[in-house]
Design a protein around this ligand. Structure first.
Ligand SMILES: [Zn+2]
Length: 263
C-alpha cells in the first residue's frame, strides 16, 4: 500500500477550512500550475513589514505545504496583534506533489523542470553544472528549464514577489535541519540577526551550499535581485519524502523559527 501524502486536495480542504474560520483572511490564486491547479496565496496580518513564506517548490517536499497551512491557521487568530503582514504560498508545485505519489524521486514540475533551479540567479552557471552532472533534459530533478522563469509556477512566484516588495523571504524545503542564507557570498544586512535568533530557538544550523544547489533557486534570486534577507530552510531529518507521521515532530521544531521569521 502507498504511504499517505499531503496532496493538493488536502491543501484545498485546509484552505476552505481556513476561509470558514477566518473569513477576513484573504486567500487568492497567484497563477496556475502546468496542469492548471491554482497556486494559492494567503495574506495574514496588516503590519507595515512584509514577509513571504513559501513551501513545496519540490514535489517530494509536500510536508512543507502542510507545515505552512498549519502555521497560517495558528497565526490567523492573532493577526490583529501582528506587526508584520505575512504572505504564504504553501504549495508552489502541486503537480510535482501529485507526480511524486507515483514516481519515486520526483521533485520537478509537470514539465520535468526543477523549479528551484529555474530562477534568474546565475542560471547559466547552473546550466553548466547540470551538464557536468549529466543532466541535459527534463526529468525528475535538477533540470533548470530552457530559460529563467520558463515555468508558470516560477513566473507566478517571481511576479508575486516583484509586486509585493517583501522585506524578507523564507522558502521551506526538506530535509536536513539546516538554513541556507547567502547567494555567492552576498549576505544582505539583517541576515545575521535572523540566523542568531533561529539558532537560539532551534537546533537548526546555518550552512552554505555547494555545487548545483548554489544557483538558480528562489532564495538566490531574492537575494540577488532585492538584496534583502532570504533563506532556504531545510526542515526535518531523514529521507525524502519525509513521512506524514513525522509532521508533529517537524512542526514543533520549526514553529519557533517561523515565529522568529514573522517578527
Ligand atoms: Zn527542496
Amino acid at each position: 500500500m502507498k504511504k499517505p501524502i499531503y496532496k493538493y486536495e488536502n491543501l484545498l480542504r485546509d484552505i476552505n477550512e481556513l476561509k470558514k474560520t477566518y473569513p477576513q483572511t484573504p486567500v487568492y490564486s497567484i497563477g496556475k500550475s502546468v496542469d492548471g491547479k491554482e497556486l494559492y496565496a494567503i495574506k495574514i496580518g496588516n503590519g507595515s513589514r512584509k514577509v513571504f513564506l513559501n513551501g513545496c517548490h519540490h514535489g517530494m517536499e509536500w510536508l512543507t505545504a502542510k507545515i505552512l497551512i498549519e502555521f497560517a491557521k495558528d497565526i490567523s487568530c492573532e493577526q490583529s496583534t501582528m506587526s508584520t503582514t505575512v504572505y504564504i504560498v504553501p504549495m508552489v508545485n502541486p503537480d510535482g506533489v501529485e507526480i511524486s505519489a507515483s514516481v519515486d524521486g520526483w521533485q520537478a514540475n509537470a514539465n520535468g523542470v526543477d523549479l528551484n533551479h529555474n530562477y534568474d540567479a546565475l542560471w547559466e552557471l547552473s546550466k553548466q553544472t547540470e551538464l557536468s552532472y549529466g543532466i541535459a533534459e527534463p526529468g525528475a530533478t535538477r533540470f533548470g528549464g530552457e530559460f529563467p522563469e520558463s515555468e508558470p509556477e516560477t513566473r507566478a512566484v517571481a511576479n508575486f514577489t516583484r509586486q509585493n516588495k517583501f522585506d524578507a523571504a523564507f522558502a521551506l524545503h526538506s530535509q536536513g535541519r539546516v538554513i541556507y542564507y547567502d547567494f555567492c557570498g552576498i549576505v544582505p544586512s539583517g541576515t545575521e540577526d535572523y540566523l542568531k535568533r533561529f539558532e537560539q530557538v532551534s537546533s537548526y544550523v546555518r550552512d552554505v551550499p555547494d555545487g548545483i544547489a548554489s544557483y538558480g533557486g528562489f532564495k538566490d534570486w531574492f537575494i540577488k535581485k532585492f538584496r534583502k534577507p532570504a533563506f532556504t530552510i531545510e526542515v526535518g531529518k531523514g529521507k525524502n519524502p519525509l513521512p506524514l507521521s513525522d509532521f508533529d515532530k517537524v512542526y514543533s521544531e520549526i514553529l519557533p523559527i517561523l515565529y522568529e521569521a514573522i517578527k
